[in-house]
Write a protein that binds this ligand. Structure first.
Ligand code: KIV
Ligand code: ZN
Length: 521
């Protein structure tokens, strides 16, 4: 009978720690809701001891998410575990994930301890975590390079101490498929209490082997895959969730396993993560790349016209992509928008119909025709607009010539209104000078990009920026038919994020938490 493989998503932990600009609490919650809709069994959503922001987001997600188990990471240290448990406490059921390195190179060079010390620390950590929950996961960091005898001892001791899941990471993405398979099968053959725990795998993609190694481990008995949306994560990333899930789905007969993933949500979740994380998906990426279902060569097109399964092993519809593109105009009523959103897979709880309809009418007035991709972009930005906005643009004007540009911006700051004028070497520069003068935030713009959302010359322009504020980088987005407006919105988005992050930090100042010295991968 087909067995279930647990999908453990770590986009908001391993994925997020690799981003240039960290996500805000609201953005993380938005992604967590997407992961819940996608049907992940477990979502690892942060490393609470590492920062007040991480603590707050784990706590918020633990409070909101009901249908997936929420998990947080901790080193094998009692204080880390206590803080993780505290952050997770609003959840009815939660998982604590604790880890320590077991490979000789990590034990000797990074931890500067003996393997026996590490074994003891791991056991103590699992026992400590079990005081808070029955669901404790233990990871042997760098298991892929750990001598097999030591790995077997560590796994056995962790299970005896109460670990209900034991994770075998290929932390540096070094193993080949046959090597990783052999590690998993050795554990099943040699660890006497192995049947008391789920064996999990966590593969990094440094050599492009993460998905293959994860699936190979499943064939040897592993029943949890740790993965991320679009494969985001440290360095070359982690095993990509959508690839692992679609391999299991498409080849379920051969593999004899299944997952609880709602495949129809894959495209939407991929897009959400890509946009919020400012991590574009390469066009030829398996499953979610823009070209994953397009057939270019004449021979392939001819085959597809005769029978789709000549060149298609799965359909775009199976991951929630629709081939139909309906265009709507300002004459389309509210119910048409609601119906269309339903066909696109969004229920009314995902958005505020009044707000979306108003945004749709504004856009239809500017563009004439509004397509599905416009609606989805509006929905996404409409949700963003729900974020608190201390700083808001009220009016914006710009004049630009070949030499110099002049801009005027009127903004609201809480109850106050301020207008400023400035010149710059182009319209965006002039607008940014005004906003800097008004808000007082001197930022360094490290990345600025414009992409079109949709097709043709009247497509919506999306501006993404990454701006440095002290030691932190923030990501801001703006979407409008006018790219100057979108640029201004992106900067104001960053400034609001900084403003609210500062408030969280101030709130947490008295509950001082140790800073993370050790980076995990
Ligand atoms: O790659 C790794 O080893 C990790 C552990 C913390 C599980 O991310
Ligand atoms: Zn990792």
């Amino acid at each position: 009978m087909s067995e279930r493989v647990i999908i453990f998503d770590t986009s908001l932990r391993d994925g997020e720690q690799a981003l240039a600009a960290s996500l805000s609490v609201r953005e993380k919650l938005q992604i967590a809701r997407g992961l819940e809709r996608l049907g992940v069994d477990v979502m690892e959503v942060g490393f609470p001891v590492s920062s007040p922001g991480d603590f707050e987001s784990v706590q918020t997600i633990a409070r909101e998410i009901k249908n997936s188990r929420v998990c947080a990471l901790s080193r094998a240290l009692p204080h880390d575990i206590d803080v993780a448990a505290q952050a997770l406490s609003p959840a009815e059921q939660f998982r604590i994930h604790t880890f320590i390195s077991t490979s000789t190179i990590h034990v000797e060079s990074k931890l500067r301890r003996s393997f026996e010390d590490v074994l003891e620390m791991g056991v103590k950590a699992v026992k400590h975590a079990r005081r808070y929950t029955d669901d404790v996961e233990f990871s042997c960091e760098d298991a892929g390079r750990t001598p097999i005898d030591q790995l077997c001892r560590m796994v056995e001791a962790a299970i005896d101490a109460g670990a209900t899941t034991v994770n075998i990471p290929d932390t540096v993405g070094y193993t080949l498929t046959d090597e990783f398979s052999a590690i998993i099968s050795s554990l099943f053959n040699r660890v006497p209490n192995i049947d008391r725990s789920i064996i999990s795998v966590h593969c990094h993609n440094d050599l492009g082997m993460s998905v293959a190694n994860s699936i190979a481990a499943v064939t040897q008995g592993a029943r949890q895959i740790e993965c991320t949306i679009n494969g985001i994560g440290e360095r070359a990333g982690n095993c990509s969730l959508e690839e692992a899930a679609m391999i299991i789905h498409t080849r379920s007969k051969r593999l004899g396993v299944h997952t609880g993933i709602n495949h129809q949500e894959i495209a939407r979740t991929s897009k959400l993560v890509s946009q919020l994380c400012n991590m574009p998906v390469q066009p030829n990426k398996a499953i979610v790349g823009a070209n994953a279902f397009s057939h270019s060569s004449g021979i392939h097109q001819d085959g597809m016209l005769k029978s789709q399964n000549t060149y298609e092993i799965m359909t775009p519809e199976s991951i929630g992509l629709t081939r139909e593109k309906l265009n709507l105009t300002s004459r389309s009523g509210r119910h048409v928008i609601k119906d269309r959103m339903q066909q696109l897979g969004y229920s009314e709880t995902d958005y505020d119909l009044d707000k979306l309809y108003q945004a749709f009418l504004d856009l239809a007035d500017k563009k004439g025709q509004v397509f599905d991709y416009d609606l989805e972009a509006l929905l996404f930005f409409n949700n963003l607009a729900d974020e608190p906005q201390h700083y808001q643009i009220q009016q914006l004007g710009v004049q630009s010539g070949s030499e110099i540009a002049t801009a005027t911006v009127k903004m609201q700051l809480g109850q106050q209104e301020i207008t400023e004028a400035a010149t710059g070497n182009g319209p965006v520069d002039a607008i940014y000078q005004c906003i800097t003068r008004i808000t007082g935030y001197e930022l360094t713009i490290e990345k600025y990009s414009i992409t079109s959302q949709g097709e043709g010359r009247d497509a919506l322009g999306q501006v993404d920026i990454e701006a440095r504020w002290g030691s932190q980088v923030f990501h801001g987005m703006g979407l409008a038919t006018d790219i100057i407006q979108a640029s201004a919105d992106a900067l104001v988005h960053v400034i609001n994020s900084i403003y609210y992050a500062e408030q969280i930090n101030q709130k947490k100042q008295n509950t001082s938490q140790p800073t993370m010295e050790e980076q995990v991968s």
